[in-house]
Write a protein that binds this ligand. Structure first.
Ligand SMILES: Nc1nc2c(ncn2[C@@H]2O[C@H](COP(=O)(O)OP(=O)(O)OP(=O)(O)O)[C@@H](O)[C@H]2O)c(=O)[nH]1
Ligand SMILES: [Mg+2]
Length: 344
């Protein structure tokens, strides 16, 4: 069985990945500090060897982070795909492999230069070889600055993601912009999410928690998505798509049935798209904003959801109407799916 990282964001947060400039800078700072013991030829040759050693040692030490980087297979696809919106994970792993190769080459060069500096026939030759050894090492690091940057960017992309505990149940909230997703999450969980009247208020996936008796339910707020095919979504909407695809034990789809809302047909299309990537059995529909509902919209949305065979609740995130009953149902459904997923 492959080993998965338990908390990739936490793991990457604690991992230092240097820049190429940082490594070169440290070499250039430390390197002039070395002195010969005396002016004897032997001590000066030793100094040159020590300089070569110091430079290669620093670079190789600074690259030890490579041994701590997980392969893509060890990172849950939820994180992998979200991070890949910034840095494709294949590019990350190619950079890691490139730097591992560079380090191997560097170790070989170190061996070689150590031997030839030691057997130099004159001080001038020793100095020339040392300069060459250092110059080549530094230019190799500089030339790889792109790979260091890619790995750093990937690290930050993962580190800023919310941690999901796959050993606990998950409720994902989805719907068009302004349908009330964040209002719901804010109302029922610990998440401090932003609620506002303009669309695309939520730009990231957020997680709040609800304490149940035996479990902790994770409630996942997602950005709004529009009624267009998955391939056409913008970067913010894609984040929602990734959460919708990989996280739900249960998915709550919100309709906005107020006068101000998008048309019901558009909202239907979004629901249809969701159903392309989430099994129907996990989906629950809520008609939100019942306190200011447009009755025609309520009727249309309800008919459509029922046609699809989905459970429908009528709620208001503002007044709290209908919420308790719906939550009870969602929790039960989430736990049932979670338990069968775990096979316990
Ligand atoms: N009257 C009324 N207003 C609501 C209700 N639910 C949400 N709102 C309002 O609708 C607006 C959008 O709510 P949000 O919770 O930010 O919606 P969202 O789905 O998270 O929106 P995005 O993050 O942009 O996708 C806010 O002004 C809310 O106060 C409701 O049940 N009744
Ligand atoms: Mg929101």
């Amino acid at each position: 069985m492959k080993v998965m990282l338990r908390d990739p964001p936490g793991y990457f947060r604690h991992l230092h990945v240097p820049t190429a400039e940082e490594i070169v800078g440290k070499v250039l700072r430390r390197y002039p500090e070395l002195r010969a013991k005396s002016k004897r030829t032997r001590d000066i040759i030793n100094l040159e060897i020590n300089r070569v050693n110091l430079v290669y040692q620093i670079i190789i030490d600074k690259m030890s982070f490579l041994d701590k980087l997980p392969p893509p297979e060890a990172i849950h696809p939820f994180y992998l795909e979200l991070a890949s919106l910034t840095v494709p994970y294949r590019k990350y792993w190619a950079s890691v492999k490139g730097l591992i190769k560079l380090r191997r080459k560097m170790k070989e060069m170190w061996e070689d230069y150590r031997a030839i500096v030691r057997s130099a026939v004159s001080l001038e030759e020793a100095a020339r070889l040392r300069r060459e050894a250092v110059g080549r090492a530094l230019s190799m690091v500089r030339r790889s600055s792109g790979a260091f940057k890619t790995i750093r960017d990937f690290k930050y992309a993962i580190a800023q993601l919310p941690s999901i505990d796959f050993e606990q149940p998950r409720l994902v909230v989805a719907g068009m912009p302004s349908s009330g997703k964040s209002s719901f999450v804010k109302r029922i969980s610990t998440a401090e999410v932003e609620v506002a009247s303009y669309p695309f208020t939520t730009k990231q996936v957020h997680v709040g928690h609800v304490d149940l008796k035996k479990y902790k339910l994770q409630v996942i707020d997602t950005p709004g998505i529009l009624d267009r095919p998955w391939e056409k979504l913008n970067e913010i909407e894609r984040k929602a798509a990734v959460a919708i695809r990989y996280l739900p034990n249960v998915l709550l789809f919100l309709y906005d049935v107020s006068d101000e809302s998008y048309g019901i047909e558009e909202q239907n299309t979004v629901l249809e798209n969701v159903l392309k990537i989430v099994p129907k059995s996990k989906v629950v529909v809520a008609l939100n904003k019942m306190d200011i509902a447009n009755e025609r919209k309520v009727k249309l949305a309800e008919e459509y959801a029922k046609e699809l065979g989905l459970p429908v609740y009528k709620v208001s995130m503002k007044t709290g109407e209908g919420l308790e009953e719906m939550m009870e149902f969602l929790v039960k459904k989430a736990l049932k799916d979670f338990v069968s997923e775990k096979g316990v």
